[in-house]
Design a binder for this molecule. Structure first.
Ligand code: DQA
Length: 145
């Protein structure tokens, strides 16, 4: 089973970026933890981080070859119809993850263009939410297909 882990804008700065919100763990640290969980689950992971909206759309399209996608679209969650359309276009199950709970934050983060087109969401668990989300997505893929 292959899962693409895609991260959107500014998540390359995890560890330095607003640590009171996003924590001290770097993206490399998250990816290392995910790799351990993936080995345990016999899942093959690929990783990508994209600051540009078009780059993230292209990455989602490319990841349609995988069995599933773990996606933190970051700010594009709240703005991007193009990303929503990409998720709908590929038909590959996508699981959304957010370190914070956007609904508990500013009103503009309550808009979520992906919420109804993903198979599940993990929010508000910080860096460890990625591992929780990978386990949930893998279970979904193994039981729903
Ligand atoms: C985020 C939440 C978004 O609202 C924000 O724009 C991010 C990070 C999160 O993981 O909590 O960049 O996706």
């Amino acid at each position: 089973m292959k899962v693409a882990v895609l991260n959107g804008p500014n998540l390359n700065l995890l560890g330095q970026r607003e640590p009171h919100l996003y924590g001290q763990t770097t993206l490399a640290g998250i990816e290392a933890e995910l790799s351990q969980v993936a080995a345990e689950l016999s899942v093959q992971l690929t990783f990508g981080q994209f600051n540009g909206e078009g780059d993230l759309v292209t990455a989602v399209q490319t990841a349609r070859a995988c069995d599933g996608i773990l996606l933190n679209a970051a700010a594009y969650t709240h703005t991007s119809i193009a990303l929503r359309d990409a998720v709908l276009a590929i038909g590959t199950p996508v699981w959304a993850v957010h370190l914070t709970d956007p609904e508990a934050r500013e009103a503009f983060r309550h808009i979520d263009y992906l919420a109804d087109v993903v198979v599940g969401r993990t929010v508000g668990l910080g860096a460890r939410g990625y591992a929780v989300a990978l386990r949930a997505l893998t279970q979904h893929l193994r039981t729903e297909v």
